[in-house]
Design a protein around this ligand. Structure first.
Ligand code: UT7
Length: 333
């Protein structure tokens, strides 16, 4: 695991604004009980999920990401023209290429921006912020737009009750800009590639037909839930402790902890190990399920909208998922 503490009166970075988008179609636990042998009671008790959103057949990750970015710019002092780099964290791009980032860059008319997709599964938002923080702090870029978007329901196996109950579609975005001192105080990243077989997908494109109309077969997601669960609890607890140590704070100093919303029981177990009270966590699991890279910006945006997170609050964001990879940041909102 590599880590970095970012302090002092040097140029750093801050999150200027966040935006989100979720598709309108709701898939409830009762709906899933008609597809596989499960119950609302089992899903709520074992995961915390009540419902999730499903993208329309003709709605893809680039559409969700574009909408989340548009939402962000309604709340931001900056405009799309100010963005110098678009990073999209996604495991469900419309196509193998062109990238989702390039499609968003075009649709928002970001004339001065480079564009790149980042493949870090459910840790994509945290990895994107880690990279954007480095680029902005170093003075390489002024404004980096980090978007996390997924249409996991297009690659979910709706005959596998252990995984199909988990996933939903959403997108979230954050604009990273310079600040002196920076408000991103520490970050950590790590990878356990040996765990790759526990969570994987072989396909890349989410569209059944390619741009020229050829038929493609998207690979479905496979997960060994128990192994990923065990790894996540250990890894995230260790990563959060490392972040707090790097920033010189304890669990008492954390106003809000926003781990990737994969399963409410993972969050509870991490809280138990790190001493962060569960009451200080924010999650998007209940209404949106596991939306992979998008869960953290969804919970962050809701926390701000509900007047829970205030400027100056100390917040930990922690993503983890297929790879197996993880990344976390400790920042002042
Ligand atoms: O976002 C990327 C990272 N992913 C994660 O972090 C996911 C981590 N894993 C999990 O969240 C959990 O492992 C799951 C939610 C996927 C599964 O929960 P679990 O408590 O670990 O269940 P389990 O796999 O140990 O299965 C327990 C029992 C099994 O039955 P038996 O063998 O004990 O008879 C399963 O067949 O629950 C059964 N089961 C279900 N029963 C009703 C599995 N899925 C279901 C279901 N409804 N949907």
């Amino acid at each position: 695991m590599t880590s970095a503490a970012h302090r002092g009166a040097h140029r750093g970075a801050r999150l200027e604004a966040v935006g989100t988008y979720v598709p309108s179609k709701v898939l409830t636990n009762a709906d899933l009980a008609k597809l596989v042998d499960t119950t609302d009671e089992w899903i709520v008790r074992r995961t915390g999920i009540r419902e999730r959103r499903v993208a329309a057949p003709d709605e893809f990750t680039s559409d969700l990401c574009t909408a989340a970015a548009r939402d962000l710019f309604t709340r931001s002092g900056s405009s799309p023209d100010d963005v110098e780099l678009v990073i999209v964290g996604t495991t469900t791009p419309d196509y193998a290429f062109p990238s989702v980032a390039s499609q968003v860059q075009d649709r928002l008319g970001m004339r001065h921006a480079g564009a790149v997709d980042l493949q870090a599964t459910c840790a994509g938002f945290a990895y994107g912020l880690h990279i954007a923080n480095g680029l902005v702090s170093a003075g390489i870029h002024e404004r980096v737009l980090v978007i996390a978007g997924e249409t996991l329901t297009k690659v979910t196996d709706y005959t596998d009750r252990a995984s199909c109950i988990l996933f939903g579609d959403a997108a979230g975005a954050a604009l990273v800009e310079p600040a002196t001192p920076g408000s991103i105080r520490a970050s950590v990243v790590g990878s356990h590639g040996e765990g790759g077989p526990h969570l994987y997908r072989t396909g890349l494109s989410c569209r059944i037909a390619g741009p020229a109309g050829a038929e493609l077969a998207p690979g479905l997601m496979r997960q060994n839930g128990r192994e990923v669960y065990r790894w996540a609890v250990e890894t995230v607890a260790a990563g959060v402790s490392r972040l707090m140590e790097r920033a010189g704070v304890t669990g008492d100093d954390i106003d809000w902890f926003i781990p990737h919303s994969a399963n409410i029981r993972i969050t509870e177990a991490v809280c138990e190990r790190t001493g962060i009270p569960i009451a200080r966590t924010l999650s998007s699991i209940e209404c949106y399920g596991n939306t992979s890279a998008a869960t953290i910006p969804l919970a962050l945006a809701a926390g701000i909208a509900e007047d829970k997170i205030h400027r100056g609050d100390t917040v930990i964001l922690y993503g983890f998922g297929g790879g197996l990879v993880h990344a976390g940041l400790l920042l002042e909102w």
